[in-house]
Design a protein around this ligand. Structure first.
Ligand code: PEP
Ligand code: MN
Length: 338
């Protein structure tokens, strides 16, 4: 860390800062300039007490962090891409993984019709929310345990792996018993107690980006999962809040390139929450795959007009099949297949 001292500070007050830096376990290296002095504090910021509290001293102008706060998720820690093996389905390797299914599990017929259709078109993982994070308490909240049971029926019939959202710490155990991947939603992206429980479950975790979450915060949230013993983590960009109103969110495709630079973990793109518009899903999927996204999480419903949640953004099975038929060249552009 670097402690910047205010211009014109007397030597005894500079020495006071140097002494504080030393007291906190760092090796202080002052650099005396003609106008201003800075004190470089050498030492590992992740194992020493934070120096940001020195901002409280009146002679300190600011304290600058040099090291990043995440370590295990960083590409430096693991230069090769991590490949997550979900019971035989590999995420992060040479094949773009397609996760598709309804926003919410609504009924056996709705789920099985969708599962059969997405499997026939090439998906390997079935999505479907049994517990739904809804803005209003009067909106459909999901079928809960009944929805989890239907997901198991769909898995048995189709062989698709299951991804479903875990809304609360209290649900981790029974959701993990029914799911192959736990989805941590945007509204829970920094619920650290939930992340720790998900880590302990041992199941792969798909970590959505929060509604207003910066990438450094997202990396730190993933760090919680790895720091608590779960290396099987994938990022999922699902759009962030901006001033734009043409789309529900602004799908930040730059996150693909940034996560690939910063981390060894896979990144999945969710164009459905990302745009909130079914008519944009194909274009966003093609762009994401061409940029190197490791997978897509796409909402598909047999009859989107009757969906109990997120109708406007769900593809129907025919639209999904068409999209799947078009992705090949975009995967090939990055040396992969779909
Ligand atoms: C969803 O996948 O249906 C969902 C609620 O996602 P998010 O947490 O990204 O809003
Ligand atoms: Mn949804």
């Amino acid at each position: 860390m670097i402690v910047v001292i205010k211009p014109g500070t007397s030597r005894p007050l500079i020495d006071e800062v140097i002494a504080e830096v030393q007291k906190l376990g760092y090796d202080p290296r002052p650099i005396f300039g003609t106008e201003q002095t800075v004190v470089a504090a050498l030492g590992d910021e992740r194992t020493h007490q934070n120096l940001e509290s020195l901002d409280a001293l009146p002679q300190v102008e600011k304290v600058l962090r040099v090291q990043k706060r995440h370590k295990l998720v960083a590409r430096q820690a693991h230069p090769e891409n991590s490949v997550i093996d979900v019971d035989g389905v590999k995420i992060g390797g040479g094949k773009v993984v397609i996760m598709a299914g309804p926003c919410s599990v609504e009924s056996e017929e709705q789920l099985l019709t969708t599962a059969r259709a997405v499997k026939a078109a090439g998906a390997t993982i079935l999505r479907g929310g049994a517990y739904k994070p809804r803005t209003s308490p009067y909106e459909f909240q999901g079928l809960g345990k009944e929805g989890l049971a239907l997901l198991q029926v769909a898995r048995r019939e189709t062989g698709l792996k299951i991804i479903t959202e875990v809304l609360s710490e209290a649900h981790v155990e029974h959701v993990a018993a029914s799911a192959d991947i736990l989805q941590v939603g945007a509204r829970n992206a920094q619920n650290f107690a939930l992340l720790i429980e998900c880590a302990k479950s041992g199941k792969p975790v798909l970590l959505k980006r929060g509604l207003c979450e910066r990438i450094d915060e997202w990396l730190c949230a993933a760090e919680y999962l790895l720091a608590h013993g779960n290396p099987n983590v994938m990022f999922c960009e699902r759009g962030i809040r901006t001033f734009e109103t043409y789309t529900r969110n602004t799908l930040d495709l730059s996150a693909i390139a940034i996560i690939k630079q910063e981390s060894h973990l896979p990144i999945i793109i969710d164009p459905s929450q990302g745009c909130g518009r079914a008519d944009l899903v194909r274009a966003m999927c093609k762009g994401a795959v061409a940029m190197g996204a490791d997978g897509l999480l796409i909402e598909v419903h047999p009859n989107p007009a009757e969906a109990l949640s997120d109708g406007a953004q769900q593809l129907d099975p025919r639209g999904f099949e068409q999209l799947m038929g078009e992705l090949g060249p975009f995967a090939a552009a990055t040396g992969r297949t779909v």
